[in-house]
Design a protein around this ligand. Structure first.
Ligand code: SF4
Ligand code: MG
Length: 328
């Protein structure tokens, strides 16, 4: 359970000055054990801040991260948080930057096992590393190689083996395939799905790719400028999106069978978090915005298996929409 109320702050460099912004505000969601929750949104919406906070890389400035009933954000020392940290691992976007180039693969994968004191150096540890390499589809002999000897997809397999090494329950996956060739993406996603099935893993998936989300997610949250605008069952949201921003995001996905509706009608840039718009933060870009939208921030409203924060939904003036294509 993640709860950033009121906000997570982030320090941004603006020119020569450092300023504090509310990167994430009033975001609250729960991830069910053994399922995948996807966070979606354009870059700068705050999804990586959430990922890094949950994974313990970025200290939270407020709110709580409750993991198996314990508020892990509240721990003062690294030591106290260790047993929980072991259960929370992260896979990063860039398999080139996230692996130490001077370490052999065996050392990279063994590191979390040693850090958490799960095993000592020796034959048993080497066997464990070989087993992890095998689990992700690499050869035991790969332990002796360096990261640069592998392709992007293979490096992401190494990252996954490292994430699995300490036997975690929860893995934060921050854009795990967006740096990879399209042909390799599906292999990595299918590997992640198989591991989830076999090990009962829970995933928080950060992605801007809705095809990836459709393939992986049970539940999803759509973020805009640090807030969740729509969250709930992924199947329902992808098939019948309600929030105007979610609808536009879905419409930017190319659909080969509907060339007319295919491309970006999502005009304009995401506003700077340094000067967020008043009322509904999406109003400068929203085709349904009215005077109330510019004035008053919409509160989340339950619609079937989703929560939607939009005045048009509340006022019943949301246009009906042709059913979404099955690709997405
Ligand atoms: Fe658009 Fe208004 Fe809904 Fe915001 S609250 S998404 S501006 S209709
Ligand atoms: Mg990011």
């Amino acid at each position: 359970r993640f709860d950033a109320s009121p906000s997570l702050i982030k320090r941004l460099l603006t020119g020569a000055r450092r300023r504090t912004v509310h990167a994430v505000e009033e975001v609250e969601f729960e991830v069910t054990r053994g399922s995948t929750f996807a966070l979606v949104g354009e870059s700068g919406c705050g999804k990586s801040t959430i990922a890094r906070t949950i994974a313990g890389i970025q200290p939270p400035s407020g709110g709580s991260v409750s993991f198996m009933g314990v508020d892990i954000a509240g721990f003062r020392t690294r030591h106290a948080a260790m047993p929980y940290r072991r259960n929370l691992q992260m896979i990063f976007q860039d398999p080139y930057a996230s692996l130490n180039p001077r370490w052999r693969v065996g050392r990279i994968i063994a590191e979390p096992i040693l850090t958490h004191g799960l095993m000592k150096r020796g034959v048993a540890l080497d066997e464990r590393v070989a087993e992890l390499l095998d689990t992700v589809g690499l050869a035991p002999g790969d332990a002796a190689k360096f990261p640069h000897q592998f392709s992007g997809g293979q490096r992401q397999r190494i990252s996954i083996a490292r994430a699995l090494a300490a036997n975690p329950a929860f893995i934060v996956c921050d854009e795990p395939t967006s740096a990879l060739d399209v042909s390799v993406q599906a292999q990595i996603l299918n590997l992640m799905k198989r591991l989830q099935r076999e090990r009962g893993l829970t995933y928080l998936l950060i992605s801007h790719n809705l095809a990836v989300v459709a393939h992986m997610a049970d539940a999803m949250g759509v973020m805009y400028l640090g807030r969740l605008v729509e969250q709930g069952d992924a199947g329902q949201i992808l098939a019948r999106p309600l929030h105007p921003y979610t609808r536009l995001l879905l419409d930017t996905v190319p659909d080969p069978r509907a060339p007319k509706r295919a491309r970006a009608r999502l005009a304009g840039e995401v506003p700077s978090p340094l000067a967020p718009p008043t009322g509904c933060a999406f109003h400068p870009r929203c085709p349904l915005a009215n005077a109330r939208c510019a004035r008053e921030r919409p509160l989340p409203l339950r619609v079937e298996a989703a929560l939607v924060a939009c005045h048009a939904v509340e006022e019943g003036r949301l246009p009906s929409r042709p059913p979404a294509n099955e690709n997405c």
